[in-house]
Design a protein around this ligand. Structure first.
Ligand code: ATP
Ligand code: MG
Length: 483
């Protein structure tokens, strides 16, 4: 499904794709102008999935929508909701199906078998599951679900946001579903606790904010849990990085460099961290610490921890720092912290500096340099009084490698830089970039043209790699000429 990403940029033959490119006959002459395509791109985007299958389908959907609304009301009136809690799935489905049949018969509505089944299962989702969200949750091609109030639900597919035709009946309906989700995981959300972050049963990450803080209706974002996380091979296939970079990263992980994956929101940090972890030897004991357990390590010896926010009374918090401190007493070979964003940075750096080398984490930053500043800030915010130089020297000796994950403007996710931290020069942390993604332009379809290249700088760890049996050929450090 990500095949689009395979070689969008290498396709210098893009003009060939132009003539049959939807209805946009306006554009061809204006190809070189970057601004033009944004105008032409919008129209086709809204169109493809829904309109093409014809008006008939739409009408059918509308009709089904109406029937469902009515029927839902009837159901709620007729079903004994408290008894429902204990009913088996089969009983419940039968019950719903019976009420639905009666309803349809009363109104002389004739539906074909397929529609009838869809109707029953949608109603089942409504009563037991997450209503309109259920289909999106089950849709494998959807990565993220973003709800902006009851009438607007976006999804992300292949790095692109699209508006869906799924809606909630009204804000109350949306709130009811939110409430259902959060109460199932023992949390609450209302005017006095207007936002919540939780993990759904299936592992998906869920965040909601309700009015009045959310001004135009509740805001929900769901990062769907992927059972099959993208592995190194997938990422290489999708063009997230090259074989050479993968070989380098393998050497880095296997030889126990401390690695930070830096990146913006949704840039692929967790995915990268997860993929990198596959290079860890199966004999090692790995402890993972996350806010919401997303990592899926393949090794045998893995201890997973999930930090916990305070409960409604403000008690029971287990912070990432608590987990980390405890982890250090649990004889780990490696510690992986899902995201470092606060005071736990101190313990993370200390762990990296004191024998738990080979540890990894992610941070929110836009470049390796920016990442280092973020670490400095986190230390300052944690209230540690240390001269800046000492802070930097701590960082420079703890962190060996910063891997930058980025989501580019065309939706593609790439490892835009691999940078080594090499020490201190005076007051400044010295770094050297080893690989980078070189952008060269934009296709008329707004796809980024670019390629990965080494910078020509040999790794400061080349000797270490060699000694550990990862003798990388010097050619991997040679820059690749632009096509
Ligand atoms: N190279 C890639 N190609 C295609 N999809 C990717 C790639 N990397 C990550 N993804 C997908 O992008 C989504 C976001 O990835 P991920 O959760 O790793 O991002 P993140 O930076 O950790 O996000 P957050 O900031 O929300 O924690 C996931 O659905 C993931 O499967
Ligand atoms: Mg993440």
């Amino acid at each position: 499904m990500f095949s689009k990403y395979k070689k969008p940029s290498a396709a210098t033959a893009a003009p060939a794709a132009r003539p049959d490119d939807k209805v946009t006959s306006i554009a061809p002459a204006a190809q070189p102008a970057a601004a033009q395509p944004t105008v032409t791109r919008k129209a086709p985007q809204a169109a493809p999935a829904q309109v093409a299958p014809a008006d008939k389908e739409r009408k059918r959907k509308e009709r089904m929508g109406e029937i469902k609304l009515d029927l839902h009301r009837v159901l709620l009136e007729n079903l004994n909701l408290s008894a429902l809690e204990h009913a088996s799935e089969q009983d419940l489905r039968q019950e719903i199906s019976a009420i639905a049949s009666e309803f349809l018969e009363e109104r002389s509505i004739v539906l074909n078998r397929e529609d009838r089944q869809t109707l029953t299962s949608e109603l089942y989702d409504e009563v037991t599951g997450l209503g309109p969200l259920e289909t999106l949750l089950q849709d494998e091609t959807v990565n993220d679900i973003l709800v902006n109030g009851p009438q607007q639900i976006f999804v992300e597919r292949e790095g692109k946001l699209e508006l869906t035709d799924v809606t909630f009946k009204d804000e109350r309906h949306l709130l009811r579903i939110i409430d259902k989700i959060v109460s199932a995981v023992g949390r609450r959300v209302d005017e006095s606790n207007p936002y919540v972050d939780a993990r759904l049963k299936d592992g998906s990450r869920f965040n909601a904010m309700v009015p009045p803080v959310a001004v135009d209706g509740s805001l929900v974002s769901i990062r769907k849990f992927k059972k099959d996380k993208l592995g190194i091979d997938d990422l290489v296939n999708f063009g997230a990085f090259t074989e050479e970079m993968a070989a380098y990263l393998q050497a880095a992980v296997a030889t126990r460099l401390n690695i930070i994956v830096s990146g913006g929101t949704g840039s692929g940090k967790t995915t990268t961290l997860n993929a990198l972890s596959s290079f860890i030897d199966n004999a090692e004991r790995i402890l993972t610490i996350e806010d919401t357990a997303e990592l899926q390590l393949q090794q045998t010896h893995v201890g997973r921890m999930e930090s916990r926010p305070p409960n409604v009374e403000g008690k029971g918090e287990v912070s990432p720092r608590d987990c980390l401190k405890n982890a250090l007493r649990m004889r780990p070979d490696r510690i992986i912290v899902g995201e470092t964003r606060g005071e736990e940075v101190i313990d993370m750096l200390q762990a990296m500096n004191t024998g738990h080398d080979g540890s990894m984490t992610t941070i929110h930053a836009n470049s390796a340099r920016d990442g280092v500043s973020r670490l400095e800030n986190m230390i300052a915010m944690a209230g540690i009084e240390m001269p800046l130089k000492a802070v930097r020297s701590q960082i420079s000796s703890a962190v060996n490698l910063i891997v930058q994950a980025s989501r580019l403007q065309d939706g593609s996710r790439r490892m835009t830089s691999i940078t080594e931290v090499t020490g201190m020069e005076g007051e400044v942390i010295s770094m050297q970039e080893i690989f980078r993604y070189q952008r060269v332009g934009l296709t008329p379809e707004n796809k980024i043209i670019g390629h990965f290249t080494a910078t020509g700088v040999r790794s400061a760890y080349a000797e270490r790699f060699r000694m550990w049996g990862y003798d990388l050929p010097p050619t991997i450090y040679e820059p690749v000429a632009a096509e």
